[in-house]
Design a protein around this ligand. Sequence first.
Ligand code: NI
Length: 242
Amino acid sequence: MLLQHSTWQEIDAFLKRSKAIVIPIGSTEQHGPTGLLGTDYLCPELIAHEAQKSADLLVAPPFLVGMAQHHLGFAGTISLRPSTMVASIFDWVHSLARHGFERIYFLNGHGGNVATINAAFSEIYASASFAARSSGFALMQRNWWELAGVRELAEAQFPVGHGTHATASEVAVTQAAYPIKHASYEPKIAPTGPIYDAIDFRRRYPDGRMGSDPAQATPEKGRALIELAAASLVKDFAAFAG
Ligand code: NI
């Protein structure tokens, strides 16, 4: 069940049988010469949408802009500052909590978001703790590639050149749902290294990839990743929600 395709009465009725919700969260940032700018929110969105086809699971609209300052040297990237993202997550959570949601699960698609999502959770819990009241809800985040079995499948599909940004697996997941982009690039496997600011990032990683060869991606591999991740999400979410 998708929140954005539901009426308020349907959400009201859902809350009588469950108080849990999944929020896909990611980023809008460059993903190399063949990866979509939306890759990091599209992956958790596709997985969550697949999961709700076979389980009574409510999925929120995606939180689709995150921590992407280091990608601002590439056209189309949109970034929040950490303070803005913390404030936005604070408002999303308190909006949902006001209606009675007690278990809020963020399915994350961008490694750069992890620290800021955790900071938002601390900010949210602190506001309850300082006011000497219970928050009334529990929060968690899970990276989609950490769902049971997903890392093993990606390693089997892409033993070499999986990479850490514009990865072969995330590009494959988007290819399962959206048109494939073709481009030639050099070197075949991109360099690896640290992440600092946007100018430094563009200098180190000229086409935007880090350690990856996304030409190995196929829609079939992406479909297999989505199906496995969706099945694992249903179990992981049930353990949290129950
Ligand atoms: Ni990504």
